[in-house]
Design a protein around this ligand. Structure first.
Ligand code: GRG
Length: 288
């Protein structure tokens, strides 16, 4: 049911990428469009809803949504490389380095990262240069050496270590690897409107954590046809995850409790936050 709501954002984001990539050599636009399609677009949806609540135009929100999806796609392409997670299958199709080759995958990831910042830097995204700078600055922090890349680094390091991470270390790793970008997306509305983000911040943090717990649950319980990527890999590798730390039912309970708290955080809004509440429920009920 919620898939239908997300489908509308997916379509609009795809159109933004199609328009932007017209100016690229087709040997680049083809893998770029391949890499940005087929995902749920949860991060772009968070941007759209956050922007709508704070009165930011849909056009501007879709540009910021495309920027966050470009970063997300870059992280997945690089994460799938043989030197990282070494995956052949993503979003129900061959990963970029399988469909093309590793050099293309590295370069398309790089191009998507640059493209994201290019989109944010243009005045079509916001007529206010201080807003554009704030978007660029906060995104670079969320995905860099204190954010997503650090989370990925900790993850890679954990795989090489004998001792398993404890729950706090798993939380720390995941907050950076997955949570930081989700939080950034959720806070773009107040950022673009130039107002305080406190009411959404806690929601975003709780949602990010619940999202990762559900990802760990899907790794154990999911159906590969539904999820569209290799499963049981963390489980088979004996990696520390929320499921290994809390047990399957403990992880489910934790995710549910986080989502209940996240939804409660939205009580300061009127019905304008209903879609964010529905997204929160989707995050822990999703099979994909
Ligand atoms: C290699 C320098 C360098 C940087 C990349 C690879 C990386 C840094 C970070 C990894 C980030 C990563 C892969 C996080 C996993 C997050 C996750 C659970 C992704 C799946 O998100 P969904 O379910 O995917 O929203 P869809 O396909 O729906 O978009």
């Amino acid at each position: 049911m919620f898939d239908i709501v997300l489908a509308s954002t997916q379509k609009k984001i795809q159109t933004v990428f199609e328009k932007i990539s017209i100016k690229f050599d087709h040997r680049l636009s083809e893998p770029i469009l391949y890499a940005v399609s087929g995902g749920k677009c949860i991060r772009a949806f968070l941007v759209s809803e956050s922007a709508r609540i704070y009165g930011v135009s849909e056009y501007q929100a879709l540009r910021v949504g495309a920027a966050v999806e470009a970063i997300h796609a870059y992280s997945l392409i690089h994460d799938d490389l043989p030197c990282m997670d070494n995956d052949n299958f993503r979003r129900g199709k061959p990963t970029v380095h399988i469909k093309w080759d590793e050099s293309v995958a590295v370069l398309i990831g790089d191009a998507l990262q640059s493209l994201s910042f290019e989109i944010l830097s243009e005045d079509k995204t916001s007529s206010d240069p201080s807003v554009r700078l704030a978007l660029i600055s906060s995104l670079s922090k969320a995905i860099g050496a204190k954010g997503m890349v650090y989370g990925q680094f900790l993850d890679m390091e954990a795989e090489r270590q004998e001792t398993l991470l404890d729950i706090d270390a798993v939380k720390e790793l995941q907050n950076r690897k997955t949570g930081a970008l989700i939080e950034w997306a959720a806070l773009t509305g107040p950022l673009m409107a130039g107002v305080d983000n406190t009411p959404l911040k806690k929601y975003a943090q709780l949602l990010g954590l619940a999202f990762q717990i559900q990802d760990d649950i899907l790794d154990v319980e999911g159906e590969i046809k539904m999820v569209g990527k290799r499963l049981r890999k963390d489980y088979l590798a004996g990696k520390a995850t929320f499921v290994s730390c809390l047990g399957l039912s403990g992880a489910k309970k934790k995710a549910e409790s986080l989502i209940n708290q996240a939804v409660a955080e939205l009580d300061t809004f009127d019905t304008s936050s209903d879609n964010l509440k529905a997204l929160a429920q989707f995050v822990i009920s999703r099979e994909v």
